[in-house]
Unconditional design. Structure first.
Length: 159
């Protein structure tokens, strides 16, 4: 049950990423369009694989929302790059949760997805973090799951 919930959270995040990369593609400078297409295709592929995984675990894949609230306005290419990086960072967190909740081949696939999201994030931002997918904690803070809400963001239909 825990694994199925984590896979559903990853699916919700991939739905949001596919939507988000549609926005990114509409605002990004032409010289980065191929990078957007590569990311878009990778997320569609992951989304489809997660749907199959959910079915194999006896669940029904959650459908994509009709739209998603953007975390900030995306009027230009710079904002599109920030959105792409945020999408990848969020995915890294969701896949870190899935790594913790799964075993065997599914755990390896989640770790691969986490690594790929971290690499894409670095490509967008130009820098990375030591442990992608994990939130740094202050003294005495409890870890918070990045997949805390009904769609993984804590708010309905938000990126």
């Amino acid at each position: 049950m825990r694994e199925l919930s984590a896979v559903q959270a990853a699916l919700r995040a991939e739905h949001a990423a596919v939507y988000g990369y549609g926005v990114v593609g509409g605002r990004i400078d032409p010289d980065r369009k191929s990078q957007v297409r590569e990311c878009f295709d990778a997320h569609r592929s992951r989304r489809d694989a997660l749907r199959r995984t959910i079915r194999s675990l006896g669940g029904d894949p959650e459908p994509a929302a009709a739209s998603y609230a953007l975390p900030f306005a995306v009027p230009d290419s710079d904002a599109a790059v920030r959105l792409a990086a945020q999408l990848e960072d969020r995915l890294a967190g969701v896949y870190a949760d899935l790594v913790r909740a799964s075993e065997g081949g599914r755990r390896r696939a989640a770790a691969d997805a986490l690594r790929e999201a971290a690499v894409r994030s670095v490509r967008w931002k130009g820098s990375g973090v030591a442990f992608p997918g994990l939130t740094e904690l202050g003294a005495g803070e409890a870890p918070a799951s990045p997949s805390g809400g009904p769609n993984g963001s804590g708010a309905p239909d938000a990126l």
